[in-house]
Design a protein around this ligand. Sequence first.
Ligand SMILES: CC(C)(COP(=O)(O)OP(=O)(O)OC[C@H]1O[C@@H](n2cnc3c(N)ncnc32)[C@H](O)[C@@H]1OP(=O)(O)O)[C@@H](O)C(=O)NCCC(=O)NCCS
Length: 240
Amino acid sequence: MDNQHIIVRVATQDDKKFSSIIVDEMESSAKARGTGIAKRSPDYISLKIDEGKAVIAVTDKGEWVGFCYIETWSHGEYVANSGLIVSPQFRKSGVAKTIKHKIFNLSREKYPEAKIFGLTTGLAVMKINSDLGYEPVTYSELTQDEAFWAGCKSCVNYEILMSKERKNCMCTAMLYDPKDHYEPEETKEFFADNAPIFERLLRFKQWKLLKPFLKKDKDKDKAKSGGVRPKSLLHYLFHL
Ligand SMILES: CC(C)(COP(=O)(O)OP(=O)(O)OC[C@H]1O[C@@H](n2cnc3c(N)ncnc32)[C@H](O)[C@@H]1OP(=O)(O)O)[C@@H](O)C(=O)NCCC(=O)NCCS
């Protein structure tokens, strides 16, 4: 990566050649992290490029570095900036941050009235979103478009999402509402003040949500014997 200049721009026809590499990297990164992912095909990546709804990062030597795309839901009321991915050898040098800024501005230009949202399991993306003015929200504040949630079917955590009646899952939801939002300085400061808490919450959430599935058989036996546990306070507060 030394001495390479990285260009972040709206993707063009010529970038379709990277579609397969992008999809493969999305999948292998999700596997490496042990998290879920809404799977996308190379054709879908190419479609996003055709629509002018994708941002790509490449080196000046023509090597693929990173990618992200726009999706619209609920007839354009909501926009998601999805599929953020940076090639492993280019991580931790600010590429994701630049891509997210670019795709956020593109989304604002194309859909100035739309609420922009994202779902993430990672602290890095929470930080980048906070820098842009997003705030954490409950799933009920996101699009209820069936087509959006259908995208989660290919995620390994889909069973968890459905067991929580689509009110919660491993991902944290964040939203930027153009009509009602904090200033980026405020959300940035809020994240900085609370980052250790967010980190612990993400870990706790994963443990709490996965637990019933890891102990499924045990619980099934318990149910058979008539044992019913009272719901915790966290269940009522955070749908955990
Ligand atoms: C998540 C990902 C996109 C980050 O890309 P990146 O180019 O390394 O991120 P950046 O260098 O722009 O870092 C952005 C910020 O997050 C921080 N950060 C980066 N990786 C981090 C990590 N693993 N944990 C906590 N913070 C992290 C950086 O320090 C930086 O903060 P700063 O502004 O204070 O410097 C990249 O690791 C990736 O592609 N992961 C696999 C796919 C994925 O998780 N996508 C997100 C789906 S929602």
